[in-house]
Design a protein around this ligand. Structure first.
Ligand SMILES: [Zn+2]
Length: 49
């Protein structure tokens, strides 16, 4: 269940797995949560089917 949360640097938009940007050393924040996940989408389709 545990997902690796990707963090994105607010400054240079580099992706990182930690909250510190590897390229500029500034703060990286968790990427905005997707409005839907592929799993959810499939589940909805399954329901309609
Ligand atoms: Zn950065």
């Amino acid at each position: 269940m545990a997902k690796q949360l990707l963090q994105q640097c607010l400054d240079c938009n580099a992706w990182s797995l930690s909250t510190t940007c590897p390229s500029c050393g500034k703060t990286a924040q968790a990427a905005a949560p997707l409005k839907w996940s592929p799993e959810d989408h499939r589940a909805e389709l399954r329901r309609k089917m």
